[in-house]
Design a binder for this molecule. Structure first.
Ligand SMILES: C[S@@+](CC[C@H](N)C(=O)[O-])C[C@H]1O[C@@H](n2cnc3c(N)ncnc32)[C@H](O)[C@@H]1O
Length: 424
């Protein structure tokens, strides 16, 4: 039995939501109970005032601390073990895990703010502050109803079939699989064959796969926290665009903004290849037109991918096997066009601020559910030239810390960019 006590200036707002469907039945079965407490009943003045003007001026009114705290203290005497929660847009954002946590309590007190919210000092008398999302509503009452509903569903016995809460969106960290009911065909759209097969194992597998796919597509922020099998991880990798990285040694600027060719470095080749392998890129191009430097790059790559190094360290072999040496960026584009039949979408990176930038989140979205290849170009020296940047489809936002020092090595930048775009 879970008892909710709601502290609200508008108790009538709860009448309808509590008197229908699942919440009504849960109360009738004695699995939950809801008590409404009005802070106005705890005022001591003749006009029963519960709000006042904000100190410092500004819009709206603020809920006075005395009636709310008097209500809290009175409830505490009757229910010393109760957990006191203030509904507030500044609280931790409510989700299925918080609902599950609250469903273990026996007594929950939900305090609803109104106007500009409650006086800050009320927060000394509560245990937790919960927001139902990053938007502002006019009062805590709709938020309290959301919390009561989500928590009550997890109280044993409230849902007819105890299993139905297990499959729902968020219960295992994933969004739910698509649901269908009769008819088998609606306006030309058929129910997926797996669901009609009657084969329980096949249905279970289809649902799990759809859940993983839906979550990856719609809520990539959730998928990273879920335990996935190696096959499911592979499914996620295969569902996104093939990504390639090119490390450009020409044309790039030097510190005087002259266009130069930079030298090949052993560490860049190793580290970008290793980051690339970790995050599942399909290939890594080292672009260098100077023949002597090409030979040096090839010597490093061959040593680890095919020569003695490949026997000495197999994981290094896997990473360096991604690397290819090319004369020019055009050669890279021709290679990819031959392989995919389309010109890859070109993404450039630049540490220089300004201009129109694509955010990491936007690019991450673009990479999902497409087979179109993407090429991320990294510059060396003092960065990619304007000509290269003007040929690109997207200029990725700069990596920035909270200082004005911005001199990441290209291999560090590569690791951060790949993690943001392709990491869990
Ligand atoms: C208009 S809001 C006050 C907003 C407050 N001035 C601020 O900017 O943080 C009035 C009341 O609605 C409730 N409320 C508004 N948005 C909420 C949210 N996202 N989650 C939970 N409660 C919310 C809170 O109880 C709040 O005290």
């Amino acid at each position: 039995m879970l008892n909710f006590t709601i502290v609200t200036l508008f108790p009538a707002m709860f009448e309808s939501p509590l008197n229908h469907s699942i919440l009504k039945k849960a109360q009738e079965k004695g699995l939950i109970s809801v008590v409404l407490v009005n802070p106005r009943d705890y005022t001591t003045d003749r006009h029963r005032i519960t709000d006042d003007y904000p100190y410092g001026g500004g819009q709206g009114m603020v809920m006075k601390p005395e009636p709310v705290v008097a209500a809290i203290e009175d409830i505490k005497i009757r229910m010393p073990r109760a957990k006191f929660i203030l509904l507030s847009p500044q609280g931790r954002v409510f989700n299925q895990a918080s609902a599950a946590e609250l469903a273990k309590e026996e007594e929950l007190v939900l305090i609803c703010g109104r106007y500009e919210g409650v006086d800050e000092r009320v927060k000394d008398f509560i245990d937790d502050e919960i927001s139902i999302g990053d938007y502002t509503i006019s009062g805590g009452e709709p938020a309290a109803i959301v919390v009561i509903d989500a928590v009550s569903r997890l109280v044993p016995g409230v849902l007819g079939n105890a299993k139905s809460a297990d499959d729902e969106s968020f219960s295992n960290g994933l969004l739910e699989y698509p649901q269908y009911t009769r008819p088998e065909e609606f306006r030309g759209a058929k129910v997926p064959e797996a669901l009609l097969s009657g084969d329980h194992e096949r249905i279970r597998q289809w649902r799990r796969q759809m859940s993983v796919q839906q979550t990856q597509k719609r809520r990539p922020d959730l998928i990273g926290r879920v335990d996935l099998s190696p096959e499911e991880k592979e499914l996620i990798c295969n569902q996104r665009a093939p990504v390639y990285v090119a490390l450009l040694h020409y044309p790039v600027y030097d510190k005087n903004r002259q266009i130069v060719t930079t030298a090949v470095t052993n560490m860049d080749i190793h580290d970008i290849a290793r980051s690339g392998r970790t995050y599942g890129i399909k290939g890594f191009f080292v672009v260098i037109p100077v023949k002597a430097l090409q030979r040096l790059a090839l010597k490093i790559i061959d040593h680890w991918a095919r020569g003695y190094g490949s026997q000495y360290n197999a994981t290094r072999k896997e990473a360096l096997a991604l690397a290819r040496v090319k004369d020019t960026l055009d050669d890279v584009l021709i290679d990819l066009e031959q392989e995919y039949g389309v010109r890859p979408r070109i993404v450039v990176t630049s540490a220089r601020p300004g201009g129109r930038r694509t955010s990491f989140a936007q690019l991450q979205d673009m990479l999902i559910n497409t087979t179109h290849p993407f090429l991320i170009i990294l510059g060396t020296g003092w960065g990619l030239t304007e000509t290269i940047i003007s040929q690109s489809d997207y200029v990725l936002e700069a990596l920035e810390g909270w200082t004005d020092y911005n001199h990441l090595s290209v291999r560090s930048a590569a690791a951060i960019i790949l993690d943001r775009l392709l990491g869990r």
